[in-house]
Design a protein around this ligand. Structure first.
Ligand code: NAD
Length: 355
């Protein structure tokens, strides 16, 4: 089946990786990207696709109901892959408003607009609304707790995760109330190319290259479950093709790592892969900073359902994925260097308090 997709947030980290994945894998499908180009969106990431007849980029806000209505009708969208979000926990602590607007009101606007379009079209059962979400909605685990599964109760702890939880509940309610074919995915921490410099892995790689301190929150013992972004895109592709409307699928890499161990690993790999580092060994740059308020201790995903029901498993190891990611940052300075703007620096100083 040839599809016409609306990919929201397609100029961000995971969204852009997904756009490239989809356009390469299904060149006959039409892809329309809707992205507001906030600080986290970068149109250059999609430059390679701009001349393709099957691709269209629209700069706009998912909260803009008339724009979203007109896109569904003009393009006859049958599949929504909804990535657009304010996505950074630290920024949600400094200013939660944008998180409620985009993540809750924006998701509601898309769902409501898609519902009317789907009704007008006679409720086709091939239509899909894929709501891309996070494992952070489940809250924090103790060291000996079992990993999050699809029926773990929601217990979000940050304004970011609370706003994502709100949008997950809306996506679920639209299936149960109206029969709209929504599917929710909750994924662990991603890493890979096109990741904005504020997030842990690109932040460490870039600071090592610049010889700047590597800020580690608290004691560095917080645990995250890491997944290479290409594996996430393949999982979302599988869910769109084989997933059941009304279901939730957890996606994870089964790679639990303490933050401090991850930073040590990055330092070792950078010592090996990057020529002429200003400070070597890079681990000398590690600097402990005051912990993030309400910092969740551990996240871990049980991805048994997507494996057994849909046949997806991650392909990349942490070592392999980190090597690919570091190599990408080494070869793509012109992508990330302009992002280290004055605004970014001001935000960075406010959060970490280290220069
Ligand atoms: P990102 O911050 O890199 O990208 C978000 C994109 O959304 C940007 O291009 C931005 O311009 C766009 N955007 C923001 N507000 C918008 C609005 N109002 N209207 C239109 N576009 C808007 O985020 P990401 O890391 O790629 O995350 C994508 C999705 O995946 C999010 O929903 C996030 O919650 C979810 N997720 C992320 C991770 C992760 O590790 N990064 C893990 C699990 C789930």
């Amino acid at each position: 089946m040839i599809r016409t997709l609306l990919i929201t947030g397609g100029a961000g980290f995971i969204g852009s990786n997904f756009v490239h994945h989809w356009c390469e894998t299904y060149p006959d499908d039409r892809v329309v990207v809707l992205d507001a180009l906030t600080y986290a969106g970068n149109r250059k990431t999609l430059a390679k696709l701009e001349n393709s007849n099957n691709f269209r980029f629209v700069q706009g806000n998912i909260c803009d109901r008339s724009l979203v209505d007109s896109l569904f009708r003009e393009e006859k969208i049958d599949t929504v892959a909804h990535f657009a979000a304010e996505s950074h926990v630290d920024r949600s602590i400094l200013g939660p408003d944008a998180f409620i607007q985009t993540n809750v009101v924006g998701s509601f606007t898309l769902l409501e607009s898609f519902r009317y379009f789907w009704l007008e079209q006679g409720k086709p059962d091939t239509y899909r609304f894929l709501h891309v979400s996070t494992d952070e909605v489940y809250g924090s685990l103790e060291l000996d707790d079992p990993a999050f599964c699809e029926n773990t109760p929601y217990a979000p702890n940050s304004p970011y995760s609370a706003s994502k939880a709100g949008s997950d509940h809306l996506a679920r309610a639209y299936y149960h109330t109206y029969g709209l074919p929504t599917i929710i995915t909750n994924c662990s921490n991603n890493y890979g190319p096109y990741h904005f410099p504020e997030k842990l892995i690109p932040l460490m790689c870039i600071n090592i290259l610049l010889g700047k301190p590597l800020p580690v929150y608290g004691d560095g013992q917080n645990i995250r479950d890491w997944l290479y972004v290409g594996d996430h895109c393949q999982a979302l592709d599988t869910v769109l093709h084989k997933g059941k409307p009304g279901e939730t699928y957890n996606i994870g890499g089964n790679n639990e790592v303490k933050n401090l161990d991850l930073v040590y690993k990055l330092c070792e790999l950078m010592d090996e892969l990057a020529p002429d580092l200003p400070v070597k060994p890079a681990k000398e740059l590690i600097t402990f900073v005051k912990d993030r308020p309400g910092h969740d201790r551990r996240y871990a995903i049980d991805a048994t359902k997507i494996k057994t029901e849909l046949g997806w498993t991650p392909q990349e190891t942490v070592d392999g994925g980190l090597r690919r990611t570091i190599t990408w940052y080494l070869n793509n300075r012109e992508w990330w260097q302009p992002l280290l703007s004055k605004d970014y620096q001001a935000y960075y100083d406010q959060v970490y308090g280290v220069k």
